[in-house]
Design a protein around this ligand. Sequence first.
Ligand code: SF4
Length: 273
Amino acid sequence: MAKFQNIMEILKVLPKTNCRQCREKTCMAFAAAVFKGEKELALCPYVPAEVIEKYGTQKLKTRNIDEDLDNAVNQLKQKIRQTDLAAAAGRTGGRYDGQKLTLKVMGKDFGVDADGNLHTDIHANPWVTAPILNYILCCQGTPLTGQWTSMRELPSGKDWYHFFQHQCEKALKKLADSYTDLFEDLVHLFDGKQVENHYQSDVSVVLRPLPLVPLLICYWRAEEGMASNLNLFFDTTAEENLGIQGLYALGTGITRMFQKLAQRHGVPVSSIN
Ligand code: SF4
């Protein structure tokens, strides 16, 4: 029986009409539920019979997404072994010292050598490592425009925004609501730059998770009758330099990193997750 390797493969066999007959809000949400083993592919009445036959009517075995990511990181390391790191340094805004390519990741060095070994002090979870390696492999080197845009407005962002909003923006908002030193820590520990307030936010901080993929975090504090809010913005070139899946993974990885940081500072887990 064939197996889907990722959510996008499942999405490709769906009509993308978001008709909700599968009781998910979008085809993308349904694809993710199938990938996680929570829904059967056959619950979408529009999947052709031959596809159901190929992939089976049963739910996929419940998958451990972190395990999948570890596998993805190992596959990316293998591709790194076939990559010209000196040329990649030119495209990615990194530097090559004859042995390894080093990128600045939120102010800290992240190196990878020709054997795919990582050299870094960052406590990088696979959600962060995978997009960094992907960036080295796929970054087109498109210069930044300096113009910010939301994930939803990126060329392929519409399908991913629902997940991104849930996994990253809402999770970070919850974190910012309870961990009041968050933005100060982003500036001091992760080389963030407090910038002029964008979109009339109360706090605007720019991070550089990758040289050609800056991230703008805007936070609005709760006010009388108004809940707090947090949005993330990318440079308009972000998809060319990391790809939409890479941006989603990066946002999720950064969110997890900051959640761990907050826990280390004594913020209760219940206020974070
Ligand atoms: S039933 Fe199929 S087409 Fe309709 S939303 Fe669900 S996955 Fe998409």
